[in-house]
Design a protein around this ligand. Structure first.
Ligand SMILES: CC(C)(COP(=O)(O)OP(=O)(O)OC[C@H]1O[C@@H](n2cnc3c(N)ncnc32)[C@H](O)[C@@H]1OP(=O)(O)O)[C@@H](O)C(=O)NCCC(=O)NCCS
Length: 258
């Protein structure tokens, strides 16, 4: 299956670059991250269209008999959510995929801005990540996610920037490129006590510059929650919406057995 959507194509490219395994079939992909089995969107089935949802669920159970969650991505760009999700106990998450060919520069910030690369940086990133994310995620999960970031950086496929104040990491994001010309932003986050001071905007712009020096870039891609705090910022920096991404998931310990 050839992934059509920019959202899933770049998700899969980032996962591959971080060491995940991807097995392709005619109408679906199986993505597996053995180093982090509890990472839903590192262990999922991507189906070619909404009609294949039931098939995707069957494939998922066959491929991941021991994980608690169920995660199915629906390739496409219109954001249509399959009607069957309720009977399968799945919840839909529809995100906006935005793209830009160039990113506007953002204002000056009162912080040291640099790439993350040292042991202490990964501990600080873990600390910041603990503030964020789903309440169901635990520390082991977060450590493994930071380990994936480190592998991306050490392999040269990714750059993670940080803004530090008095030596403390207060804002961060990553950019990853698989050599295709498309650069995907990852995990934009600012410490709750340092928001709305221009830090994330500055890093989004700085990362575009770093990426353009490092890779041959045709376009930048970023994914946002349509109702989240970041989407307007991305628009103001030159990103525009190009598609909607549908992710369907059921958490572990759900009572539905389908
Ligand atoms: C989204 C997030 C990363 C933004 O970080 P941030 O450092 O506050 O971002 P910025 O300060 O650059 O921009 C945020 C807003 O503050 C505004 N702003 C920037 N500097 C400002 C200042 N000095 N005074 C007042 N407002 C300011 C920006 O214009 C922007 O406004 P907008 O939302 O209306 O576009 C942060 O809220 C966060 O970590 N949220 C949780 C994780 C998350 O949702 N990440 C996004 C994943 S897609």
């Amino acid at each position: 299956m050839r992934v059509r959507s920019l959202g899933f194509a770049t998700d899969v490219a980032v996962l591959r670059a971080g060491g995940s395994m991807v097995v392709e079939d005619d109408d679906h992909l199986v993505v597996r991250t053995p180093s982090n089995p509890g990472y839903w969107w590192g262990n999922f089935v991507l189906v070619a269209d909404a009609e294949l949802l039931a098939h995707g669920v069957e494939v998922f159970h066959g491929e991941f008999p021991d994980v608690g969650h169920l995660a199915i991505g629906v390739d496409g760009s219109d954001g249509a959510v399959p009607k069957k999700i309720t009977e399968l106990g799945l919840e839909a998450d529809v995100s906006v995929v935005l793209t830009a060919t160039s990113v506007a520069s953002a204002g000056v910030v009162d912080a040291e801005v640099r790439s993350l690369s040292e042991d202490g940086d990964w501990e600080q990133l873990l600390e910041l990540r603990r503030q964020d994310d789903h309440p169901a995620t635990d520390d082991v999960y977060q450590r493994r996610r930071v380990g994936e970031v480190r592998r991306l950086v050490e392999s040269g496929a990714g750059v993670f920037l940080g803004a530090l104040r008095e030596g403390r990491l207060v804002s961060t994001l990553g950019v990853v490129c698989d050599g295709s010309g498309t650069v995907r932003y990852q995990h934009v986050q600012t410490d709750a006590g340092h928001r709305r001071q221009g830090l994330a905007g500055h890093l989004v712009a700085a990362a575009a510059q770093v990426a353009s020096h490092r890779w041959d870039v045709d376009r930048f891609v970023i994914v946002a929650d349509p109702d989240g705090p970041a989407i307007n910022l991305y628009r103001s920096l030159g990103f525009h919406e190009c598609e909607l991404q549908v992710q369907l998931a059921r958490p572990p310990h759900s009572s539905v057995t389908a």
